[in-house]
Design a protein around this ligand. Structure first.
Ligand code: ADP
Ligand code: MG
Length: 351
């Protein structure tokens, strides 16, 4: 992979930069501009070297959203002339990785830069198609993600604690499998743990669960796996802390319990390296307590910590803790795929 700094002459070159400006929008305004700020070093570097920057991003899943709020927000940070293309997913060729579309798009620039780590697991034109037709480079943010996340494969300190939470079981089970091998302990919370508790024969009431058969019996036998021993359930209108063998049919698990949280505090305090993906509870509705407590603890400790996942990073950002971890990844699915496989289609495409 070539770095931006290796480009000899950028003067008057048109540089197509794939960024991830898929930011939350509320009332026509960017609600959280963490991702926009992360792309600024690459954009500013290119502009300082005299390049003409053309930004490419998607917003929302289906390409119907306007980039206008993003453009308004970008103006606050970039004073020079800059082009922001329309929502790239408006073009049906993008997600189909239509190479004719890639060729056409490539004509807009002289050089391609990928600075969108969080989209680099997608086989889309703006990620893997464009680099087929243009000299291609990695942006600073992409480099930073790779450098930091690669620490997990190389020189991790031990005890190494992996914390897995959130809900998307299918995307997180490879992570759990892999880190049951390399980490010293894998703590599973959030809706993910409902799947394991159910498989162990516990009643989980009306809690969120993924009923696909993933065949994870061997995971349950692994001594490094740590599951909640108590949880906070919603019972009617009340929130009750109870042991996992006491859950009733009409109750819903919202968070890990107080005893489990205490155990996790102890684990965190013992660890030298923490990799954390996904919230430990339904943080949007009464289930944020344990995640907030553990986030504050990790943030205030000297332990090396890498944290990622769309939802948990949103929470980190709400709590203004972005700078308190060794590294906060912009990638959700991309981070999971990278951590499970060591590369991504968008990274390979630059090679
Ligand atoms: P991330 O984006 O951080 O990787 P996910 O997308 O996998 O995390 O999951 C985040 C979602 O998981 C949030 O909407 C959160 O409310 C939900 N969640 C976590 N724990 C529970 C739970 N016990 N019950 C229902 N939803 C949960
Ligand atoms: Mg998410």
């Amino acid at each position: 992979m070539r770095s931006l700094k290796q480009i000899k002459n950028l003067k008057d070159k048109k540089v197509l930069v794939r960024v991830d400006f898929n930011v939350p929008i509320k009332n026509g305004k960017v609600f959280n501009d963490f991702k926009i700020k992360k792309a600024l070093p690459t954009i500013k570097f290119l502009q300082q070297k005299g390049a003409e920057v053309i930004l490419i991003s998607h917003l929302g899943k289906d390409g119907t959203e306007s980039m206008k709020p993003v453009a308004d927000c970008l103006k606050k940070y970039i004073k020079k002339n800059i082009t922001l293309l329309d929502n790239i997913r408006k073009f049906p060729g993008e997600v189909k990785n239509d190479l004719n579309f890639a060729k056409k798009l490539a004509k807009l620039g002289d050089i391609y830069v990928n600075d969108a780590f969080s989209v680099s697991h997608r086989i889309h034109v703006s990620i893997v198609g464009l680099p087929k037709y243009l000299p291609s480079y990695a942006g600073f943010q992409l480099e930073e993600e790779i450098k930091n996340l690669s620490k997990v494969f190389k020189k991790t300190k031990h005890p190494f604690l992996c914390i897995a939470g959130g809900a998307k079981f299918s995307t997180k089970i490879p992570l759990i499998r892999k880190y049951l091998r390399s980490a010293d302990c894998v703590f599973v919370g959030g809706a993910l743990s409902n799947n394991f508790l159910k498989a162990q024969g516990y009643e989980i009431g009306k809690s969120l669960v993924d009923d696909t058969n993933y065949n994870f019996k061997e995971i349950l036998k692994n001594g490094k796996l740590i599951l909640p021993e108590d949880v906070v359930v919603k019972s009617g209108n009340r929130l009750i802390n109870k042991r996992v063998d006491k859950i009733k049919k009409d109750e819903i698990i919202l968070d890990i319990g107080s005893k489990t949280t205490k155990n996790l505090v102890r684990l965190v305090e013992k660890s030298k390296f923490i990799l954390w993906n996904g919230p430990l509870g339904k943080y949007e509705s009464s289930g944020a307590k344990s995640t907030e407590k553990i986030l504050k603890l990790v943030a205030s400790s000297k332990t090396e910590s890498i944290i990622g996942g769309g939802d948990i990073v949103a929470l980190v950002s709400q709590m203004k803790l972005e700078n308190k971890f060794s590294f906060v990844s912009t990638g959700g699915g991309a981070m999971l795929d990278f951590l499970a496989t060591g590369t991504l289609p968008g990274i390979k495409a630059l090679g």
